[in-house]
Design a binder for this molecule. Structure first.
Ligand SMILES: Cc1cc2nc3c(=O)[nH]c(=O)nc-3n(C[C@H](O)[C@H](O)[C@H](O)COP(=O)(O)OP(=O)(O)OC[C@H]3O[C@@H](n4cnc5c(N)ncnc54)[C@H](O)[C@@H]3O)c2cc1C
Length: 375
């Protein structure tokens, strides 16, 4: 049961946000920065966010050459450019909000490995640079095959290496920890350990029914505006929304002596991505090897994908080098037909800001601003 005091003081807010990942926290901050007097509550089912925001690779990125080329082929040039612009702008908003040191941001640059079996035309590279120039003010992609030996990659089957000077690295744990603290400093309440079960928009206000981990009675909250930042877990509330979960696998090695690269790297249209963290390697991806199996919200490891990551590690990234895997994890992303996020009013008082794809750390800056404008 709920006490009189709990009912009297804990249940009514101007704004309630469901989901305490980077998107939910950023949206709450953007609202509170604009409207300091509005009361804002975030309801998060986990003790800390339990989806993607603390389970990613920490790339401050907007897309590799081959991934952008694929996006243009799938969704057209205009949409692909809009997405890149939002990612670039979003990163700037996040940097401004928290400050680069609190995000562990480093403008390391990086690059992409292109294999012998991948179509690659040097003319496309300059065309892509021309298209991206208005956003990045830089000829971002350059070829430099010498990096393959400089970084210690196995040159076998590598046709080209494309450098990218505009991407960087983040420390996702530090970022989320500091964003959490900033959120609290603005007077936003975060309630953890409660899963939202259902909601009802009466037209005048919204009711939000949650399940508390420890008490039987389901608390019913009320608010003027209800925002869903539930990303891959949104189908439960919006059955017809084009949001499909996609699990991502990652491993991190123990420190490796003499590691030769510093930056963020991609291959195979962004399906594989690796970086250093000090002397460790953080390496993820492989969802393309079993797309159907990885279309799940279950936070669990897939042995065959983890083995495949290790094979790439041994044969491509650090050939002939001793290493030990320190930890492995999985997180859940959200995808759809379109790569742009869904930011829409689903009923009079309910807004959804979901489907953040594989580069949501960057996108969350813009998504949060747009949600705040809608409140
Ligand atoms: C393996 C992997 C690697 C990635 N690498 C990168 C990268 O390098 N760079 C990058 O920019 N992006 C990367 N991403 C993507 C990025 O992490 C996500 O796009 C971003 O974190 C999405 O943030 P979010 O807040 O929308 O979702 P989430 O972080 O998933 O947050 C949603 C929250 O909603 C909560 N929730 C769900 N349902 C309920 C409910 N009913 N009641 C209460 N709470 C609920 C969940 O517990 C969760 O905490 C990666 C993702 C993964 C999985």
């Amino acid at each position: 049961m709920l006490s009189f005091w709990e009912k009297n003081s804990f249940l009514n807010y101007d704004v309630i946000i469901v989901g305490g990942g980077i998107n939910g926290l950023s949206a709450a901050c953007a609202i509170k920065e604009r409207h300091p007097n509005k009361s804002v509550l975030i309801i998060e089912r986990g003790s800390w966010p339990l989806g993607a925001s603390t389970r990613n690779a920490g790339f401050a990125c907007f897309g590799s050459f081959s991934e952008i080329r694929d996006d243009i082929a799938q969704n057209g040039l205009d949409k692909a450019l809009q997405l890149i612009e939002w990612r670039v702008k979003g990163l700037e908003i996040n940097k401004k909000r928290l400050g680069v040191s609190k995000m562990g941001y480093k403008a390391s640059g990086g690059g992409e490995i292109i294999f012998d079996d991948e179509l690659f035309d040097i003319g496309e590279l300059s065309e892509m640079n021309k298209n991206l120039y208005p956003i990045l003010k830089n000829d971002v992609f350059k070829t430099d095959i010498s990096k393959v030996s400089e970084y210690g990659f196995n040159p076998k089957n590598i046709r080209q290496f494309i450098t990218n000077s505009c991407e960087g690295k983040l420390d996702s744990g530090l970022l989320m920890y500091n964003l959490w603290q900033y959120t609290a400093s603005l007077g936003i309440i975060i309630m953890n350990g409660m899963e939202v079960q259902d909601f009802n928009d009466t037209g005048k206000k919204c009711e939000v029914i949650a399940k508390h981990n420890l008490i039987k009675e389901q608390p019913t909250f009320t608010c003027q505006t209800l925002i869903f930042s539930t990303n891959a877990f949104s189908q439960r509330f919006f059955q017809n929304m084009d949001v499909v979960p996609g699990r991502g696998q990652i491993l991190a090695t123990k420190p490796i002596e003499g590691l030769k690269f510093d930056g963020i790297f991609h291959f195979r249209e962004g399906y594989y991505y690796f970086r250093n963290y000090g002397n460790r390697i953080i390496f993820g991806g492989g969802r393309n090897e079993n797309k159907e199996g990885e279309t799940t919200t279950e936070i669990a490891l897939n042995d065959s994908i983890q083995n495949s990551l290790e094979l790439y590690l041994k044969t491509l990234i650090i050939p002939d080098t001793e290493y030990e895997v320190d930890c492995r994890w999985a997180g859940i992303m959200a995808f759809g037909q379109d790569k742009l996020p869904i930011i829409e009013r689903v009923s009079e008082n309910v807004i959804a800001g979901v489907r953040m794809g594989g580069m949501g750390l960057a996108l969350s800056g813009v998504t949060s601003e747009r949600i705040a404008e809608m409140v």
